[in-house]
Design a protein around this ligand. Structure first.
Ligand code: GTP
Ligand code: MG
Ligand code: NA
Length: 458
């Protein structure tokens, strides 16, 4: 109906693809930020979110002379990791989104996690646009900063155009092998029917970025009105639990639908059971800034979906990322909601070794914990786990790990992923003989543990 057209929420777009294809860099290019260079090892290990107001998208797409009256308030983009260990985060990201950008490196074509991402999108029937990125790496490419791709392509030499067409044809063939028809977006007459659009881009010089943005916004507004119709029912997922200077423990959430207010009573999944608390502050990063990167925040009395939000409330210390957030309404049964909230935790607890022999694993979020547990389970790694924790390593975690000293000494070990180890925890570990391995790159933990085991055997 005409009415719903004017009450659309912002679409959520997930950016997916193989490691190092340029997902974060593409967002940096749109935001004018430098998030990618601040990442450990240059790899993304968390889900992030950035809100692009319609006004910024209008600015960025001006030269395409498109319909200036975008019908959605903005676009919420979710960045995901491409590294193989983070299947669960890709799955979570793709589960939240209305549309996706699948990034392919033009020099590499389809890779392992491109295909994995593609399968996630197929499974959920999610529409997507392919960003064929790094066109500036074509030999002899002439930079046309932030130009539309059609314009930029006209500026290129015949050799560059030839190499482009050759590589494009190769990628189209590789998609066909996956059962997917693709076509350059400006030639695609069947978008949304059975042919997916390819937008050539460069995250370094910005060619194709206007095309990509416009395509996403117009396409979602045109074809997803029903799906994007704003609804009052809150749908919200916790992405991260973080201590922020001046704000205490906060949670980063994606509000998919509905509205949150300061003072709302909320229920979230916690390590020790459901957490019932009320929203003390609703914060967003400035528009075009990444939620997962520390910066300044705007305060709000209320926020409408879709948005990435930092929530400040009491008692969030043991909240678990990757779980749903519920708002307690006047007619809701508190016990039902508490029950629903703890559902997400059960699947992870099920992966701990029941016979009780194994290392202790500590990670920053439920998502990274799941990733680490999956990684430790792979045949090449195969390290049993007897206990898990989320958040920084404290004395109590060392106590729990020390139980293994009696059972199997080499497992009296804490693998700490992307978390800090408190000084007193470190001291206690030294005293009782618990090993702590800490790393911010998942496979470095395995390397450290393996050296340790090999040394023990000698
Ligand atoms: P993960 O999040 O770890 O999966 O990687 P990513 O897909 O986010 O890629 P990222 O943004 O980290 O970029 C990987 C590398 O490719 C970096 O060194 C970037 O500078 C480089 N890169 C990204 N996009 C482009 C591009 O369009 N052109 C060129 N020449 N280099 C690029
Ligand atoms: Mg990245
Ligand atoms: Na990277």
């Amino acid at each position: 109906s005409g009415r719903s057209e004017y009450n659309l929420r912002s679409p959520i777009c997930c950016i997916m693809g193989h490691v190092d294809t340029g997902k974060t860099k593409l967002l940096d290019c749109i935001r004018g930020t430098n998030v990618q260079q601040g990442e450990a090892g240059g790899i993304t290990q968390q889900i992030g979110a950035t809100y692009f107001p319609a006004e910024n998208i209008r600015q960025r797409t001006k030269e395409l002379k498109a319909d200036a009256n975008l019908k959605v308030p903005g676009l919420l983009v979710i960045d995901t990791p491409g590294h193989e260990s983070f299947t669960n985060l890709r799955s979570r990201g793709s589960g939240l989104c209305d549309i996706a950008i699948l990034v392919v490196d033009i020099m590499h074509g389809l890779e392992r996690q491109t295909i994995e991402s593609l399968n996630l999108l197929k499974m959920r029937n999610t529409n997507f646009v392919i960003a064929l990125n790094k066109v500036d790496r074509l030999y002899g490419w002439k930079a046309c900063h932030n130009a539309s791709i059609v314009k930029a392509m006209k500026e290129q030499s015949r050799d560059v155009q030839f190499e482009f067409r050759t590589r494009l044809t190769q990628v189209v063939t590789e998609f066909k092998e996956q059962g997917i028809n693709t076509e350059l977006y400006y030639k695609n007459k069947n978008m949304g029917k059975d042919t997916f659009s390819i937008v050539p881009t460069s995250a370094i010089s910005g060619e194709g970025i206007p095309d990509l943005l416009l395509l996403l916004v117009q396409w979602t507004a045109k074809t997803m009105a029903a799906r994007l119709a704003y609804s009052n029912e809150v749908q919200c997922t916790v992405l991260e639990v973080k201590v922020v200077e001046g704000h205490g423990t906060t949670i980063d959430v994606i509000l998919v639908n509905g509205e949150l207010h300061e003072g709302d009573q909320i229920v979230v999944c916690g390590m020790q059971g459901p957490i019932v608390t009320s929203i003390r502050a609703l914060l967003t990063p400035d528009p075009m800034k990444e939620l997962r990167v520390k910066g300044s925040y705007e305060h709000h009395k209320k926020i409408k979906a879709a948005q990435g939000i930092k929530i400040n409330a009491q008692g969030l210390e043991h909240a678990i990322a990757g779980t749903s957030l519920y708002v307690m309404g006047p007619d809701d049964d508190a016990e039902d909601i508490k029950e629903a909230v703890m559902e997400d935790m059960r699947s992870v607890m099920g992966r701990v070794n029941k016979c009780g022999e194994g290392v202790y694993v500590q990670a920053s979020t439920l998502g990274s914990l799941e990733a680490l547990l999956d990684f430790l389970k792979t045949p090449e790694v195969s390290i049993p786990v007897s206990g898990i924790g989320i958040g920084n390593v404290h004395k109590q975690d060392v106590m729990k790990a020390s139980v293994m000293l009696e059972k199997k000494k080499e497992y009296a070990t804490i693998l700490a992923f992307d978390v800090r180890v408190a000084q007193d925890a470190r001291e206690l570990a030294d005293e009782v003989g618990v090993e702590i391995f800490a790393a911010d790159i998942i496979y470095h933990l395995f390397d450290q543990f393996k050296v340790y085991i090999d040394n023990l055997k000698e």
